[in-house]
Ligand binder design. Structure first.
Ligand SMILES: [Zn+2]
Length: 565
């Protein structure tokens, strides 16, 4: 995950009890008497996490010797478990051809002959995802387009017919905070109320700007709406970035995709005689009109490019039922992390123990448990274990698989994603990111109830976690995908246990060289979640109905179209 993976829960949340579930979610598949209860070893998960996050793997960056060691380890472990090569070509590998881009951007504005300088890192940061050595645009008109959204379902169009081709558009992050006049609260019927929709994601902002033909897209960074400080943006964008290699060299992308700091934005607006705060307020209204700032923007981006053949690693457990084994359930966990930063004094390796060595360790333990299910409980459909590359670089490994599937997507029932495992003890609750998106949620609630756990809706939907890990790339192509997380009520621990550990992780270790195995990690909680994940996948693999997106879900139309083929 490109941004903090842990769940932070606040306030009273409506618990969803198994009692409110449709019968088939409660019932076990095909008259099975009980879910299989595998023996999961927390010690195995700890040992694998310690190994994968050791300095030996150099922080597991794509296109490095750290990748070679990680991929070799994963293939060897899958072989040891007796799993079959997951690529029909007889290998455990899917080459994902990426391009590494190190961008050096310059940006400036001029108004009435007066230059408004912008300094990279201090005022803005951002690459060009065009796969060419140099991109530039001079003297482009600068237009503030509010949230930059076109959402017909909400009667929303921030462009109002204004042609922004060849211009520099300035946009706000997240969704417009549209209030319900009756309650004065965020209107849940418009942009999901508190929950962030895909329109709020930075990826959508660059995509719509490109679709509108803009020369550059500058997103205004505000820590609250972005859900992470500017330092995280610098950490991600201020170094080598990756794109999936493309024949058209991403010519359709905007020339510069960047973030502007709030201060730089306010300086730009005031230099143009405009008040950013007033413009932002206006942007939250349906009748917002794009605002030309009367300034001209110019940028040049020098791109250092390198081709990188990175790899997804995939293993197969064939289904036991000859009629169902060509239908698939896919578990994912990304193996990559941030690698080594030679500019750092002292410790230079981003070990990524929580993110996501722990998730890969859980995936391997899950795979072992599946291979050891007794004869009568083998999954009828086939199970794929896919450890993807380049998640930290924008979900590229999972996008590569979703765009180049090794097995037909219209025979793929579900994706279950693991990003960050519970390092501590068991919990009495769980939370599903993107709760309510599909019928997998119902199965999850029933399985959690079987473990004596309550399922809680996503605690911070406004942070858009659903769009930030690998399941999203499966969702985008229509495959029902599920991203459950451990809850926060740790059995036998004080009520603030989770809060304290989450705050400590985000402040001291998230995407830092200090994300290393901690002395108090037991992974008992991860073992509990591994049982949950196995049982959910098993029910899908043995079920007589396929999981579906729920009515009104943004991915349902794609799935319905796909299944009609
Ligand atoms: Zn991650």
């Amino acid at each position: 995950m490109k941004f903090p993976p842990l769940v932070t829960l606040v306030g009273a949340l409506s618990l969803v009890a198994a009692a409110d579930l449709p019968a088939q979610a409660l019932s076990l598949p095909n008259g099975a008497k009980a879910d299989p209860v595998p023996v999961i070893s927390a010690a195995n998960i700890l040992a694998r996490t310690r190994h994968l996050s050791s300095d030996e793997f150099e922080g597991r960056a794509p296109g490095t010797s750290g990748e070679d060691k990680t991929v070799a380890y994963l293939v060897a472990e899958f072989q040891k478990l007796g799993l079959q090569p997951g690529n029909p070509d007889g290998t455990y590998l899917q080459n994902a051809t990426l391009v590494g881009i190190t961008s050096t951007p310059t940006l400036s504005f001029v108004r009435d002959g007066v230059t408004i300088p912008m300094t990279v890192i201090n005022d803005f940061v951002g690459p060009s995802s065009r796969l060419v050595p140099r991109v530039e645009a001079r003297d482009t008109e600068v237009v503030f387009v509010g949230y930059g959204i076109v959402a017909p379902e909400f009667g929303w169009d921030d462009y109002k017919g204004v042609d922004v081709r060849g211009k520099t558009v300035v946009m706000l992050i997240n969704d417009p905070p549209v209030l319900d006049p009756a309650t004065g609260q965020l209107d849940p019927k418009v942009f999901g109320g508190r929950a962030m929709t895909y329109y709020g994601r930075w990826t959508y902002k660059y995509e719509i700007a490109a679709a509108k033909g803009a020369a550059a897209c500058l997103i205004v960074h505000e820590t609250g709406p972005a859900a992470y400080p500017f330092g995280v943006v610098v950490g991600s964008w201020g170094r080598e970035n990756f794109e999936i290699s493309a024949l058209d060299l991403n010519a359709g992308n905007v020339g510069l995709q960047a973030w502007l700091t709030l201060e730089a934005t306010q300086r730009l607006f005031s230099s143009c005689g405009q008040d950013f705060a007033a413009a932002k307020t206006a942007a939250a209204r349906r009748d917002f009109q794009p605002l030309s700032l009367g300034a001209r923007g110019s940028f040049v981006v020098e791109n250092e490019l390198r081709n990188v053949a990175s790899r997804n690693v995939i293993a197969l457990l064939p289904g036991s039922d000859p009629h169902l084994r060509d239908e698939y359930v896919i578990y994912t966990a990304h193996w990559d992390h941030l690698g080594r930063d030679p500019r750092l004094p002292g410790d230079q390796i981003f070990n990524g123990a929580a993110d996501n060595a722990s998730g890969v360790a859980l995936l391997l333990e899950l795979a072992r448990a599946f291979t050891e299910l007794p004869a009568g409980q083998k999954p009828k459909r086939s199970i794929l274990f896919l450890s993807v590359t380049a998640e930290e670089k924008g979900l590229l490994g999972s996008r590569y698989y979703a765009e180049n599937p090794l097995y037909p997507l219209n025979r793929t029932l579900a994706n279950l994603n693991i990003d960050g495992a519970n390092q501590f003890g068991p919990t009495s609750d769980m939370a599903a990111i993107g709760f309510g998106a599909s019928t997998i949620d119902d199965i999850g609630i029933a399985v959690a109830a079987g473990q004596g756990r309550k399922m809680l809706p996503e605690p911070n939907p406004e942070r858009g976690f659903y769009y930030r890990s690998d399941h999203f790339e499966f969702a985008k192509v229509g495959v029902p995908s599920y991203y459950p997380k451990n809850g926060r009520t740790y059995i036998g621990q004080p009520a603030d246990f989770a809060d304290k550990h989450v705050a400590d992780y985000i402040a001291n270790r998230y995407h830092k060289v200090t994300d290393e195995v901690q002395p108090d990690w037991t992974f008992e909680g991860a073992a509990q979640d591994a049982v949950f994940l196995l049982q959910v996948g098993w029910r899908i693999a043995n079920g007589d109905t396929w999981p579906e997106w729920k009515p009104g879900n943004e991915f349902k139309a794609k799935r319905d179209a796909m299944l009609k083929k």
